[in-house]
Structures are given as C-alpha cells and as structure tokens.
Design a protein around this ligand. Structure first.
Ligand code: SF4
Length: 346
C-alpha cells in the first residue's frame, strides 16, 4: 500500500528507559515505525524484547518516574510526548484505545459489564443514560455477545474468557477510536476463541477504518492479521516490512530463527538457543550477536547496524547487508517462500 496522506501514527527514535537500583534499564532503544488508517501493524518479538513498553509509551501509560520516554510520537499530526496529561486522557478515551492481554484484570468485578460500558460512554460522550444504555447494548451485540440486552446487567464473572475479551473490545470502541492498540489480546484464549477474536478485530477494522497496532510473540497470529510487521529484539528493530515479504524472504538471522520456531517446522521444539541480553548491560554491537551463528568481529562493536532496505518497504539491521559484505551468507538461510507462508497460514 502506498499512502497518499501522512501516517495516522508516526513513531520516531522512541526511547524508553527506567531508573532502577541496578542502573539505567533500556527497554526501548530508538525505534521507528508508522501506521496508516485501516492498516494492521504487528510488533513481534520474544517476551522482554520491549514491544509492550513501546506500545505503552505511545500514550505515556508507562509510569514516569521511573520511566523516561524520549523521541517523537506523532498521532494525526500531534506529538503525544509533548501533550499535557489532560490532553492525553482525552486521546486515550476517544482516539486511541488499548486492549490488554488479561481482561480479568482490566474489568471491575463489582459492577455489571453494562454499567461499565455505560460509564465509559457517559465520560467520553455527551450521551444521556438512556442513549448510553442503547449504545452499550449495540456495542455488545456488535462484538458478538448473544442476547446482548439480557446480558447487560450480568457481572464479569458470568462471562467466559472469550466473552470477557469481547466486552473489553466493546469498551475500547466506546470513543470510536482511530487507533486500537492490542497487546497480546488472544494469548490467554484457546485457539478457536482466538480465531473468533481475530476475525472480530478484522471485521471491526473494516467497519471503523481503524489502524491496529497488534503486539504478539505468535507469528501464527501475525500471519492471520498483519499488513506489515516490525520485528523487535532487546529494544531494537531488527527487521520490518510487508508481512508477505518478511514471511517469504526473512532477511535478518533473528527473523529467520523466529520463523523456524513456528509449530510444524524442524526447530520448533528447541526454540532459539540462548537468551535475551541484559537490558541494563546490552552488547556494544548488534544486540543479537551473542545468539547469532553468523556473527563476525564487526557485529560486536559500533552499535546496532543501520537499517538497509533490501526490497521496497523491507529493511533489515544486519552488517551483512552493508557495503563490503556478502549478504548471500545470511540470505542462504532464507526459508522457501511456499514453506514459510504455508506454515504461517496454518
Ligand atoms: S549484525 Fe551480525 S550478529 Fe547481528 S544479525 Fe547480523 S550477522 Fe548476526
């Protein structure tokens, strides 16, 4: 897709650090990405790669102090890192909505789900109680809660896990958001319910023309919903691009290994050997160097290699794509197009 307008969200050089007793912890270290209206961008990486902190930094949900967030987060032309707390509260209610992994923790168990949605509606809109009730029932109906009007007065514990996540999505839609940030929203659900929720998000995106920023460690989920993918490792972006390009021809050794870990592939049982580096003492060079079978001396110093575009829209941060290196050394590991798409589509 070639957008003819500015992106809905444009993140530039985003850096989030935390003051800790063990020193400065760098969770996100200068990342860039953008989302257009109606587009789904997935941020992918292992637990601890910084993807959740990155998305929570967008609307400054990370607590500061101890966090410090720098860089630029332009939403519809406005820099959210410069916005007042009052303005951010408005944006969080109307324009950018978050859905979290565990709806259990995000709901108040002392109030009915209908009351909670109505409350959000009356805070964020000028709807009367009667109008708010009608809209809440409509939202519950649209997210697939059967007999929505009779479930209005039910309490969260009377809903299944999948239904609770649907209710959370209904709450997120209260302000007709332009951007939905969904952080592992299906991880706690079984595969069938997960598929239903992903389909629901897809349908709602089409209906509302929302941008969706989806955080996951599950490349199977990415294959189902993403337009573009951003692969993060230890606070840095390793690779980005159109989801078809990255799945068919992953250029970065880390992306290649992630794809090899998909269920049904030869290395899926073992995972990637080694572990993430310490965020308080990251490697001087490429963050992936301690686990990379292709690492050479130049990978060990000089910071993360600058990103190089390997095909239109697909960029990679690895020395082998820079001048003077033979990219075929790492490209040799690139998965076969049919194989990688086939796995992802399962
Ligand atoms: S820069 Fe070096 S260590 Fe990093 S992915 Fe490329 S080959 Fe591996």
């Amino acid at each position: 897709m070639t957008p003819d307008t500015d992106p809905l969200l444009e993140v530039a050089n985003l850096r989030t650090t935390f003051d800790t007793d063990g020193g400065e912890l760098v969770a996100v270290d200068g990342i860039d990405f953008s989302i257009d209206a109606g587009e789904t961008v997935c941020i992918v990486g292992e637990s601890g790669s910084g993807k959740t902190v990155a998305t929570e930094s967008i609307t400054r949900l990370v607590k500061s102090p101890p966090a410090t967030v720098t860089g630029s987060v332009r939403f519809d032309g406005e820099d959210l890192l410069e916005a007042s707390e009052e303005r951010l509260r408005e944006i969080r209610g109307y324009n950018i909505a978050h859905i979290f992994q565990n709806p259990q923790e995000a709901m108040n168990h002392c109030y009915s789900v209908g009351w909670q949605i109505t409350e959000a509606l009356t805070i964020h809109t000028d709807a009367s109680q009667e109008e708010a009730r009608a809209k809440a029932i409509d939202l519950l109906d649209r997210v697939g809660i059967a007999n929505a009007s009779s479930r209005f007065d039910d309490y969260p514990h009377e809903f299944s896990g999948g239904q609770k996540q649907r209710v959370m999505i209904a709450m997120a839609l209260v302000g007709d958001p332009d951007l939905l940030i969904a952080d592992e929203p299906t991880t706690a659900l079984d595969v069938t319910v997960q598929g239903q929720i992903l389909k629901l998000l897809d349908d709602l995106q089409e209906e509302f023309d929302m941008g969706i920023l989806f955080v996951t460690h599950d490349l199977g989920v990415v294959a189902q919903i993403a337009d573009r993918i951003v692969v993060m490792y230890a606070g840095k972006v390793m690779e980005r691009g159109d989801v078809y390009d990255v799945f068919d021809r992953p250029a970065h050794p880390y992306t290649q290994q992630l794809l090899e870990c998909l269920p049904g592939t030869s290395d899926s049982i073992g995972g990637i050997p080694g572990s993430l580096p310490s965020p308080t003492d990251p490697p001087d060079g490429c963050r992936f160097a301690p686990r990379c079978e292709h690492a050479v001396a130049d990978c060990e110093a000089g910071g993360q290699p600058r990103e190089v575009e390997v095909r239109p829209g697909q960029a990679v941060s690895c020395v082998y794509y820079q001048s003077g290196y033979d990219a075929s050394v790492v490209e040799a590991d690139t998965g076969d197009a049919e194989t990688s798409r086939g796995v992802g589509d399962d």
